[in-house]
Write a protein that binds this ligand. Structure first.
Ligand code: SF4
Ligand code: SF4
Length: 277
């Protein structure tokens, strides 16, 4: 029987002591433990990725990233970890739960636990990660990004194919994704964008409008302001989704008292002019 496979991703250097303690606990639990460099900064061609694919499925993966961000990052590389197996090192209770689960699986294993350290060159990187469980393949990110970061495969799945084309620090596409599916795991200014639990990205209305005007895409809310408008747009001058001007419904007689008064006055003057010699 194979021991439970556990991965510990090196967080920042000041947390090295915490990693050492975790390593000892994993060893006591009987897990086969692999230590890797920071997964977000590993280059695409790093030899660490195939090593992790070989270990997959991995029972627990400890890192300094939020679980949703880590899971999406690994999914993209064909590495499978159960949902509760992606553990943020900052969440002490999650670490305890994961260690208990590893101990329960590894308890009856006859194979001695081992620790492997995988070295890998790191590059300071910045790129989006798509949460495939949320993505609807609408293509908005693909059309919005000017730098060719995204592409769509033959099956229609939108993926990040040129991650290093992304502009460092720019999380713009995550603010226009209608599904909240784009995560920047290291973006600290907005917990929703870096995948924090229970948070959902607030859409940027201006950026959404920019998307429609740049791409000419048909707005799902007003259908390009053509045809019959949905009831929620009644009385609105512009579409809140795409910013297009909406056609105004003609007003019923009596609903415009000032104009009606002027019409009546003009009719009265016309009548007087006709009667005058
Ligand atoms: S905008 Fe969001 S939902 Fe649409 S394809 Fe991109 S990631 Fe998927
Ligand atoms: S953050 Fe900006 S540059 Fe990066 S993928 Fe999104 S739109 Fe493109």
């Amino acid at each position: 029987m194979r021991n439970a496979q556990v991965v510990i991703a090196q967080p920042f250097p000041e947390d090295a002591e915490a990693v050492a303690g975790l390593l000892a606990q994993c060893r006591q639990s009987g897990a086969q433990t692999t230590v890797i460099p920071h997964p977000y900064h590993l280059p695409e061609g790093s030899a660490v990725w195939p090593e992790l694919q070989r270990l997959s499925p991995i029972a627990a993966f400890f890192s300094c990233l939020h679980p949703r961000a880590l899971r999406a990052l690994l999914h993209h590389r064909g590495i499978s970890v159960p949902e509760d197996g992606c553990v943020n090192l900052a969440d002490e209770s999650a670490v305890e739960r994961a260690l208990a689960a590893i101990g329960a699986v590894a308890g009856d294993s006859a194979v001695a636990s081992e620790t492997t350290v995988l070295e890998g060159r790191l590059a300071e990187r910045w790129y989006p990660v798509i949460d495939l469980e949320r993505c609807r393949n609408c293509g908005h990110c693909l059309q919005f990004c000017l730098f060719g970061v995204y592409s769509q495969d033959g099956a229609g799945q939108v993926t990040v194919t040129n991650p290093d084309n992304c502009k460092p620090g720019c999380p713009a596409c995550s603010r226009i994704c209608p599904a909240g599916a784009i995560v920047f795991p290291l973006y600290t200014d907005d917990p929703a964008i870096c995948g924090a639990p229970g948070k959902f990205v607030t859409l940027d209305a201006e950026a959404r409008r920019m998307y429609y005007s740049r791409t000419g895409a048909t707005c799902p809310l007003c259908s390009g302001a053509e045809g019959e408008l949905p009831p929620e747009l009644a009385g609105q001058k512009t579409c809140p989704e795409c910013g297009r001007a909406l056609p105004q419904a003609p007003q019923a007689p009596g609903s415009q008292p000032v104009l009606d008064e002027i019409d009546a006055l003009i009719a009265q003057l016309d009548e007087s002019a006709r009667r005058s010699p």
